[in-house]
Design a protein around this ligand. Sequence first.
Ligand SMILES: [Zn+2]
Length: 327
Amino acid sequence: MSKCWNALIAVRAPTGICLAAFTLAFLPGCHSLKLNSNSPTSDKTETKADGSPAAPSKFSFRVAPYVFMSDFEVPHDQPLFQELAGMRDQIYKELQLPPGNAVVQVYLFEDHARYQLFMQSRYPELPERRAFFVAQPRAIGGAEDLLVYTFWGERIQQDLRHELTHALLHSVIRDVPLWLDEGLAEYFELPPDRKGLNPAHLASLRRGPLGPYKPDLTRLEGLTEVKQMTPTEYRESWAWVHLMLRDKPEAKVVLTNYLRQLRLNATPGPLEPKLAAVFPALDEAFDKHLAQFEASGRADADGRWWLERGRGCVSICPIVPYVLLVL
Ligand SMILES: [Zn+2]
């Protein structure tokens, strides 16, 4: 994502190409990790024969299920890559999905300028964003290439976690509703020890200038175009996902059952009635859920982190743009 708030923008092109992009950033974890040496794979230049910028290809290393490609030597011994290796198990376990085995190709540009030059050449129709996920149908066989493009910047951890969440979901569920896709990516873009708690989103939803945010899941589920998704919609999507995963166990069952349905049927109907069966007063449950985390912020591990990271925002200047305070 790239913006002044902790949100992202996703683009679903009518051609079947699914693009998810986001703007800001965050990190640790572990797993059986296979790191090949960061060895040169070719001596290609950074431009193609026609002069257009080429995707990075000089170096590659694999951290299953991803293959990272770059034109510079990525410091792949960093904890970041161990954490990314654990994401697959984390997400599929948490969401009770069968593990996918698709390879995700991650193109890491050395800096924003090279990344931007390539994206403008390869995907001129896309808005300017810090990272993209692209599910690109292959010419033959009906399969897709799962591609992530981004650059090595300060937000690399959160950018990668966000886009790789899209890729891991997409590898086992072809169509995830826009709001849910982004809500899940917002949840998992945070390091595992944060348990999905985004202090900026929480503060914004609870301490906005108009008071606690009034959710509308019916409206959210009706959104089909990226341009309809503003930072507000990203925050609300995150909050519904957080409620389903971190509130009562029955709510998590609603989410995992819904995801299971989506694997078989791209249009299983709205999720709201299913969640309302668990929380008859749904908006009230939303409010209570966030209020509980806001209050517990002073007592538990999440809260300690939140207070440490969010004190200036939450306690002192709640209406200051979060870009100044978060990530
Ligand atoms: Zn996204």
